[in-house]
Design a protein around this ligand. Structure first.
Ligand code: PPS
Length: 459
């Protein structure tokens, strides 16, 4: 694995870990501004330390040896790579690989040469891509950090794939995983020396058996988020987050069909495909798809284009910063919500939208691409109100939440409390729904409207 360290050598450690907010704390505009200020302070700290480093070099010849030793120690301690830099490097590369894998499977699904759609016990469609991404990510993370150091909580379980009537899908998964891993060097990662066998693939999937919790470190993976969008040829995402002691510290979101023209988000992806076929390829290689990522406490979120076939992944050279929109006028704001009304009450959000003065039609998009849209500044609000009794899973939100927060936005439950990733697989204690906004002003308006509508309905 070639870790890109060039940019790290002269950088000082970024102070991670903002003070943990108690789960009962409501997020207000003041706490939001507070988090922006702490980010600013961290940046000043970085600049100061860089200054100290230059100063020490300049004075070196005039110093006594013991003073020089002290200074050298000071410099060495400030040259430590940023925390989680290797984890972020590997996570971005492996999500790039996963996007490439998914694109191939989705293309074959659309061309109908074979049909990789299968049914899980709960009748939701699950694809070869789900299992293959999970196996591939699990294998790469284990190789990069050592099996014993990697704990993964992921969506797919191995049982349905290892039964006798699943030999067709299993063979397809093994082939898909190996076809993907052979490309690992293009992504700056090391693949296996010999192709993985069936038992290796099953083992990689079954290794993702973490149950999360408040202590220790684990990865949360949704191999293909928005399965319905995926099988319909529309939006979906690959989501990978690193959670440490109950806090999300890294988030990486691959969005292979994210259109570069934001208006196209509201069109069915079929339209994008037809137009792409009708128009000759332009010199603009970045026409759709991106990987977005953020590290806790950095105050920054980034996106990069999808890896180009047969090229070496140029990362982080190709990254661009993303920032939430500055629109705080509800009449100009775009709000997104789940595509399926069974996943979120469209009528309730329509009422809320009306009461806070949102005027635009809702943008219904599958998967965590909605989080990406807020982080990139293409939409201002995301609301999800699942039916009573449904428990949100952490892999459906962890990566998106940290990316929006570091891009300058606010994410809470509908009562204004932060989402709690420390309670295992589910977002326990979630109050009614999830609200993500580009800014504190819009967020407060929506929280107030939710409260008002709840109170009036209980009268
Ligand atoms: N009943 C119900 N209510 C709420 N949420 C549910 C429900 N059932 C499933 N899920 C989870 O929602 C994930 C898809 O959420 P989205 O916001 O992407 O919805 S939608 O696909 O746009 O309709 C979906 O993710 P995937 O399974 O990865 O597709 C599920 O984790």
């Amino acid at each position: 694995m070639s870790l890109n360290c060039a940019s790290l050598v002269f950088r000082v450690p970024c102070i991670l870990g903002q003070p943990r907010r108690a789960n009962t704390t409501k997020l207000t505009s003041t706490s939001y501004v507070g988090s922006c200020l702490s980010t600013h302070r961290k940046k000043s700290h970085q600049n100061n330390s860089f200054h100290i480093f230059s100063q020490l070099n300049f004075n070196q010849n005039n110093s006594s040896s013991s003073v020089m030793e002290d200074k050298r120690n000071l410099v060495l301690s400030s040259m430590e790579p940023e925390k989680y830099s290797k984890e972020l490097d590997v996570a971005v590369r492996v999500v790039q690989m996963a996007c490439s894998l998914c694109q191939k499977v989705q293309d074959s699904l659309i061309s109908k040469t074979n049909s990789p759609v299968h049914s899980k016990d709960d009748n939701s469609p699950v694809t070869v891509a789900d299992w293959s991404v999970q196996a591939m990510v699990s294998w790469i993370l284990s190789e990069s950090f050592g099996c014993r150091n990697v704990s993964i909580l992921a969506e797919e379980d191995v049982q349905s794939l290892s039964t006798a009537d699943a030999t067709g899908p299993l063979d397809a998964v093994v082939k898909t995983v190996n076809d993907c891993l052979i490309e690992a060097p293009h992504f700056g990662l090391k693949g296996p020396q010999v192709p993985l066998g069936t038992s290796d693939v099953l083992e990689a999937i079954s290794r993702c058996n973490s149950t999360g919790g408040p202590t220790g470190r684990f990865w949360a993976l949704d191999p293909v988020d928005g399965t319905l969008g995926f099988v319909r040829g529309d939006q979906y995402a690959v989501a990978l987050a690193l959670i440490e002691d109950g806090e999300v510290v890294l988030g990486v979101l691959g969005c292979p069909n994210y259109p570069m023209k934001k208006e196209w988000l509201s069109y069915h992806h079929r339209y994008h495909r037809i137009i792409s076929k009708l128009t000759p390829p332009s010199s603009e290689s970045w026409d759709k798809g991106c990987v977005i990522y953020a590290r806790k406490g950095s105050g920054e979120a980034w996106m990069q284009p999808l890896h180009q076939k047969n090229k070496l992944l140029a990362w982080p050279n190709s990254k661009k910063p993303v920032r939430v929109s500055s629109i705080d006028n509800p009449a100009l704001a775009t709000f997104c919500e789940p595509f399926e009304k069974s996943n979120s009450s469209h009528s309730f959000t329509a009422g809320l939208a009306h009461s806070v003065g949102l005027r635009k039609q809702p943008l219904r998009v599958y998967s965590m691409v909605k989080y990406a849209a807020i982080a990139r500044g293409d939409a201002e609000i995301f609301m999800k109100f699942a039916r009573t009794g449904y428990k949100e899973k952490i892999w459906d939100h962890a990566a998106g939440v940290i990316i929006i927060q570091e891009a300058g936005g606010v994410v809470t439950d509908a009562g204004g409390s932060p989402l709690d990733f420390s309670k295992g697989i589910f977002l326990e204690g979630l109050d009614r729904g999830i609200i993500a906004c580009a800014g504190a002003k819009l967020h407060e308006k929506i929280i107030r409207a939710v409260d008002a509508s709840w109170n009036s309905s209980s009268l």
